[in-house]
Design a protein around this ligand. Structure first.
Ligand code: FNR
Length: 343
């Protein structure tokens, strides 16, 4: 069986090779141009609220790594330094490795050291117990815990889980016992309205819909298998359809959009569809590997600037105002919404 550390490095390498699909659905979404926006770029505020967390801009570096020895420690330190420099939040990758092998601790703790006052998300899978959840949060003095649900990835992963019973009970217990907010996140398959409603009923107040159309874990895991499960390569709800699903859910949850996010325009559309912030994973990793920390810092600052310009054009001085702007939706996202009976 492949070691956990080797798997972490395999994921990074295959994610970089497999790349981002850009089939997230944002091409179906258009803003309605306003010729007379009575505002100016300097009065735009990017501050965003997710649950009780305040982000200085609605962008964060989503969960990727840790637990794979010095290589993943270096990536996490570099990403955290970028997050510190740009003032964005950051999630670490699954901390189960460090809960099982204490020599892996530093590859996560380096993130809090490099970003001492930033918003940091802890991360564990839905197999985690309450005790493990508390330890993961304490390990990096996290402001929130992400619990990832990744059934398709596990099924395609040769050494993955095959039993998914008890997930709701464990999530509910963690939400009850933790002092920080819990974000339940998908990893590229999206969430349905029904899933979001069930999560809401368990007390979850933030969901990261992790839609289809960006990093594709079925393709990544299929690269690691002899007999491929190709039918899962096209499985999942696109990012745009999933934001609509979560917005339509009868649940009091804040929505984080992720899955193929690469630009301020993707982010602005996600917010206008109902999200409070966007998580960027594969694209930011690739930017940093290809162009170094400076390259990623420049890219994040450019996304922040571009978002201000887009918000100016739409006369939206705040992220909350951007959520109210009208949109025209076409293509597959339109067909999905109309078949699902969404307005
Ligand atoms: C991930 N992702 C991830 N998610 C999670 O909750 N825990 C984890 O440990 C990891 N590990 C991981 C490694 C690598 C190399 C990548 C690229 C991604 C999933 C990630 O947070 C995100 O949900 C998906 O990648 C979809 O977003 P993007 O990549 O399309 O922006």
């Amino acid at each position: 069986m492949v070691s956990r550390a080797a798997r972490k490095l395999d994921h990074i390498n295959h994610a970089l090779l497999t790349g981002q699909e850009r089939t997230h659905g944002f091409q179906d979404v258009k803003f309605i141009h306003n010729s007379i926006p009575e505002t100016n770029v300097d009065s735009i505020s990017l501050t965003s609220q997710i649950g009780e967390l305040t982000l200085s801009s609605p962008i964060f570096i989503n969960a990727m790594t840790g637990g794979g020895g010095i290589q993943t420690e270096k990536i996490n330190r570099e990403l955290a330094e970028v997050a510190q420099e740009t003032g964005v939040g950051m999630a670490v990758g699954s901390q189960m490795a460090a809960l099982k092998e204490s020599e892996q601790l530093s590859s996560y703790q380096v993130v809090r050291k490099a970003h001492p006052n930033g918003i940091i998300f802890a991360n564990l899978g839905s197999e985690a117990t309450v005790d493990q959840a508390k330890k993961a949060v304490d390990m990096i003095e996290a402001n929130a815990l992400q619990i990832h649900v990744n059934v398709i990835q596990e099924l395609v992963m040769p050494e993955g889980d095959r039993d998914f019973t008890g997930t709701c009970n464990r999530i509910e217990a963690i939400v009850k016992e933790l002092e920080v907010p819990v974000v339940v996140k998908e990893v590229g398959y999206g969430m349905s309205a029904r899933t979001v409603e069930i999560l809401g009923s368990l007390g979850v107040s933030i969901v990261d819909i992790g839609g289809f159309g960006g990093t594709n874990f079925s393709k990544i895991e299929n690269e690691r298998r002899h007999r491929r499960l190709d039918f899962f390569d096209d499985w999942g709800i696109t990012t745009t359809c999933s934001i609509l699903e979560a917005s339509e859910a009868n649940a009091d949850v804040d929505i984080i959009a992720s899955g193929g996010m690469q630009s301020a325009l993707d982010l602005a559309k996600a917010i206008a569809m109902g999200a409070s912030a966007g998580g960027f994973a594969g694209y930011f990793l690739k930017q940093m590997i290809d162009h170094g920390q400076e390259g990623l810092i420049e890219e994040i600052k450019a996304i922040q600037t571009d978002l201000r310009y887009i918000m100016t054009a739409l006369q939206s001085n705040t992220v909350l105002a951007l959520r109210e702007v009208p949109l025209v939706i076409s293509g597959e996202t339109y067909h999905w919404a109309s078949q699902r009976g969404f307005d």
